[in-house]
Design a protein around this ligand. Structure first.
Ligand SMILES: *Cc1c(COP(=O)(O)O)cnc(C)c1O
Length: 492
């Protein structure tokens, strides 16, 4: 069974760090205690709160080559803050382009993070044994958040900054429903209205996600809907459209652009979203250190890239500043393989071409990935930052089919107890592959992977897997080529 590797901060170690004979003032300077002294009789685990990061990490500050800028969809010129102002509050726009390495986490956001952070880091003893591997496997589990995934890490600050700037309503899209539930929760906490366009196929497959959003007070409609021009156009062309994230984004962006009191929130892809997720990796570095370990290999699953970035960027940043080199692997679905099969090019973030163009690995904004169960990974593009790091050779990517991933998820559940979200099974599969490789090579690397969510609302997918009903659909090469032929023409 898994053991908690590092929930407690050894208070002694903090004291030891103080140079004994230095003057009082110098000692204060050098050895600012990592934790506050607690009253006698207080349990140590209450110190966890002190260990929630105080700042997010912004990898833009450490990039060896700058990130290509987003372009205006009409002029194809780099966009400025004013272009984004109808959609996002100014503080988030500033974060999107900031060159500061560390950005303070507002106290009201940390106060909410306290409900589930720091999240646990575990050593997967059971899985190691089952695989007979010589590797050490650790995983960072963000499924302990109230919504069941890493998404509240950014939903909460996004709601906070909008509220602070007087925004009344938030509108967004959701694929599998994880992001919609997370923003609904954050909206409830800051007393804001939230409206969610949920991709129709998952809206029909996962009624409990809608119930969850409504419990938090949000409203949720199936996309494409008749409520927007974008939705009506899609329905006119295909009344039975199953929807896609690209379409749902178009609907949400349209609502935000048309309503002065409403702003848009995105659950992945953008720089500021990835940055909010770095609380995962910042905590993991400290927790690994408490366990006396540092990863040789890190694996995360990638849909839009946010949980992957959250876990890996703090480690990659340390490497870029002269620290230890880590092998970083993005695990993506074979049915929607943006990093492994997509083209690195400027493309739209949505199907109706309302968003700015960003340079990313893309399958084409009109590409419809085949239906498969990891709904959170069905997006045509990849975060520009993750794409950029792949181009720079700082990360690599692997694609896995859904049956292989569910098999890994079931093995993990039987060894470690936690049932992974279908998206997270891709990271489990990637970590298992690395552990088996170590066994073959006779090496003993330390592997860290991100278990970004639990699968309690995805049990129908597990039932289908166990009944042998899951197909390993491959994307349609012709449809992909057609979508790529439609890429906007941008001078290199
Ligand atoms: C949304 C989601 C993903 C995919 O999004 P990323 O931005 O790539 O992290 C992966 N896993 C879970 C559990 C999700 O909810």
């Amino acid at each position: 069974m898994a053991k908690k590797a590092a929930k407690k901060k050894p208070a002694k170690a903090a004291k030891k760090a103080a140079p004994k004979k230095a003057s009082k003032a110098a000692a204060r300077k050098v050895a600012k205690p990592a934790v506050k002294k607690l009253p006698a009789g207080t349990y140590k685990f209450q110190m966890g709160e002190e260990r929630i990061p105080k700042r997010w990490y912004n990898i833009l500050a450490d990039l060896p080559v700058p990130l290509p800028p987003p372009l205006h969809p009409g002029t194809l010129q780099p966009i400025g803050p004013a272009d984004l102002a109808p959609l996002f509050p100014m503080e988030l726009i500033k974060q999107e382009v900031s060159g500061e390495r560390n950005i303070d986490i507002p106290q009201p956001v940390r106060d909410i993070y306290k409900m589930w952070r720091p999240t646990p880091l575990y050593r997967a003893h059971g899985l190691e044994k089952a695989l007979g591997t010589t590797a050490k496997i650790y995983y960072k589990y963000d499924g302990v958040s109230p919504a069941g995934s890493h998404k509240p890490n950014t939903a909460v600050p996004q709601a906070f900054y909008n509220k602070q700037e007087g925004v009344k309503k938030l509108v967004t899209e959701t694929g599998a429903g994880q992001w919609g539930s997370s923003l609904a929760m954050a909206g409830a906490m800051f007393r804001m209205e939230v409206k969610v366009f949920q991709v129709k196929v998952s809206f029909n497959q996962k009624p409990y996600r809608k119930a969850m959003m409504e419990t938090y007070g949000a409203s949720c409609v199936a996309s494409p809907s008749t409520e927007t021009n974008a939705g009506r156009q899609i329905l006119a062309a295909d009344p039975h459209s199953n929807g896609s994230l690209g379409i749902a984004i178009s609907e949400a962006v349209e609502v935000a652009a048309m309503n002065a009191d409403t702003k848009y929130a995105l659950g992945s892809v953008l720089n500021h979203v990835l940055m909010h997720q770095t609380v995962i990796g910042i905590e993991a570095i400290e927790q690994m250190a408490m366990a006396g370990a540092y990863p040789d290999v890190i694996v995360g699953c990638t849909g839009g890239g946010s949980n992957f970035a959250g876990l890996t960027f703090p480690f990659i940043g340390a490497q870029l500043r002269g620290g230890k080199k880590v092998k970083v692997i993005a695990a993506e679905p074979a049915a929607c393989p943006s990093l492994t099969r997509g083209k690195y090019a400027y493309d739209f973030g949505d199907t109706s071409h309302m968003t700015p163009l960003v340079k990313m690995h893309t399958l084409g904004s009109t590409f419809m990935p085949p239906g498969f169960h990891a709904g959170g990974l069905r997006y045509h593009g990849m975060a520009p930052l993750v794409s950029h790091l792949k181009e720079l050779g700082l990360i690599s990517a692997e694609a896995y089919t859904q049956n292989a991933c569910f098999e890994a998820g079931v093995l993990f559940a039987r060894c470690e107890g936690i049932i992974p979200a279908p998206e997270a099974t891709h990271a489990v599969k990637g970590a298992i592959e690395q552990a088996l490789k170590a066994k073959r090579d006779g090496t003993s690397p330390t592997i860290l992977f991100g278990l970004c969510g639990h699968g309690h609302l995805d049990m129908a997918a597990y039932s289908d897997f166990m009944a042998g009903k899951l197909e390993d659909k491959s994307y349609d090469e012709n449809a992909l080529q057609a979508a790529l032929a439609d890429l906007p023409k941008v001078a290199a």
